[in-house]
Write a protein that binds this ligand. Structure first.
Ligand SMILES: *Cc1c(COP(=O)(O)O)cnc(C)c1O
Length: 436
């Protein structure tokens, strides 16, 4: 059967096929990435992309909202249920927009925000200098303790008292430890500031009860929907009833026009998936896998920031290996292991070639990989780094990765590699791993 895409636009069809094959034929360790289910993908590719729905259920600006109202209400109710929140806004186009909306809901331009430093694991939108969040608002950044690699709550409280920000942001993009949201809430309360918590990375762990939830301790909780939560790519805001109107107005008409209804629909599906015992088991396994990766790499002599992990990700400090993060990430990519180079707290190397690697287990856990496979992967990583200038070893590791991938097919993808094409793939050169 020839699909419509294949028939109309063979060029794009072929590229989509190749990306699907790539996602299937590599070990994906980027901690913000995942594989959505077939159901989520189907909803995301549905006719809801055709509908404008500016406004909110029962308060729209165009007619024809008989179905969209029902879908958005379902998404809101599902989000409220799994996060135990009073109010949910499921319209933000992304985590970045959700953060800007959270600030806009609470403070005025020119007021001060205080978030975690980008180079220590915070997000751009937490007031980093190249982000508009530091142009609309004054901003100050708190570090992690460079010795321990951990948040130092006393230091954050001191900074809060000194700078008196209007919003304190908790949450991170590259922090391997549990965050004490209750402490952040107290620090904010003590200076009369709002607490915005950004759980973009850990939302799935929070839903599963594996990470403390910020909901009781934050004025607004911001999240993405596509990281550990495993939904379509988007953002959401959760808050207490008292902030509901401000939050809704900040998203629309404050920052956005019409919601992406196809995405919102797919998010609704993912929220139902997250409300299952299977999802809780999945989230538990993410953390088990992350800990197994940490332990095995430490056995191989790698240094990890903070000496380990409590969550879905690890930060490897490569300084004792005498090789930069960029070179390692590129060599691993050639061996079909995909991760990203990252700054580490106190890094003196430039951000374009920092001393760290960030790796996480949400995607491989979705594939069904468990501790034995993770230990195998740690072995692959070690071999690549030990042989960083030896392309033939890197190519060999790539073939072993392909063999491993062939045992853990990804649902909804072109099943590559599989038993029919594995031999041909293994025989092909190292630089063309997924083309055949
Ligand atoms: C990923 C992330 C975001 C931004 O999400 P986008 O959807 O890429 O805009 C915001 N905050 C944190 C902490 C993140 O990790």
């Amino acid at each position: 059967m020839v699909s419509a895409l294949e028939q109309y636009d063979p060029q794009i069809y072929e590229l989509v096929r190749q990306e699907s094959a790539r996602e299937s034929a590599v070990i994906r360790l980027i901690p913000s990435e995942n594989y959505v289910s077939r159901a989520v993908m189907q909803a995301s590719g549905s006719c809801l992309t055709n509908k404008y729905a500016e406004g909110y259920p029962n308060k729209r600006y165009y007619e024809g909202q008989q179905v969209t109202d029902l879908i958005e209400r379902l998404a809101q109710e599902r989000a409220k249920k799994i996060f135990k929140a009073d109010h949910a806004n499921v319209q933000p186009y992304s985590g970045s927009v959700a953060n800007l909306a959270a600030y806009a809901a609470l403070i005025e331009p020119g007021d001060m925000i205080m978030g975690m430093s980008l180079t220590d694991g915070g997000h751009l939108t937490h007031g980093w200098n190249v982000s508009l969040s530091s142009k609309f608002y004054k901003s100050v950044s708190y570090p992690v303790n460079p010795e321990t690699g951990r948040l130092d709550y006393d230091h954050i409280a001191d900074m809060a008292k000194k700078h008196k920000p209007k919003i304190i942001i908790s949450g991170a993009t590259a922090y391997p430890r549990e965050i004490d949201f209750e402490k952040f809430g107290q620090i904010a309360k003590d200076i009369g500031a709002y607490h915005v918590s950004d759980i973009a990375h850990i939302a799935g762990l929070v839903v599963a009860g594996i990470h403390q939830s910020p909901i009781p301790y934050a004025d607004i909780v911001s999240s993405t929907t596509h990281k550990t939560l495993r939904g379509a790519r988007g953002g959401m805001l959760l808050c207490k009833a008292e902030h509901a109107d401000q939050v809704d107005r900040a998203v629309f008409p404050g920052l956005q026009g019409g919601p992406h209804m196809h995405t919102l629909t797919a998010i609704a599906v993912a929220l139902a998936e997250a409300d299952t015992p299977e999802f809780v088991a999945y989230a538990r396994q993410i953390v088990k896998n992350s800990k197994a990766l940490a332990w095995k790499l430490m056995e191989y002599g790698f240094k990890l920031m903070s000496g380990g992990t409590d969550n879905h990700l690890i930060l490897v400090d490569l300084r004792n290996k005498k090789v930069g993060g960029k070179k390692v990430a590129k060599a691993l990519d050639r061996a079909r292991i995909v991760c990203n180079y990252n700054t580490i707290p106190g890094d003196t190397a430039p951000p374009a070639n920092p001393s760290g690697l960030r790796m996480g287990t949400p995607a491989i856990t979705t594939r069904g990989m468990k501790e034995p496979e993770v230990e195998q992967i740690a072995g692959f990583i070690n071999r690549v780094i030990d042989n960083i200038n030896n392309e033939s070893v890197i190519g060999e590791v790539g073939k072993e990765v392909l063999l491993l991938c062939s045992q853990f097919p990804v649902p909804g993808h072109f099943i590559i590699p599989n038993k029919d094409n594995l031999a041909a793939l293994l025989a092909s050169g190292p630089m063309t791993p997924w083309l055949f």
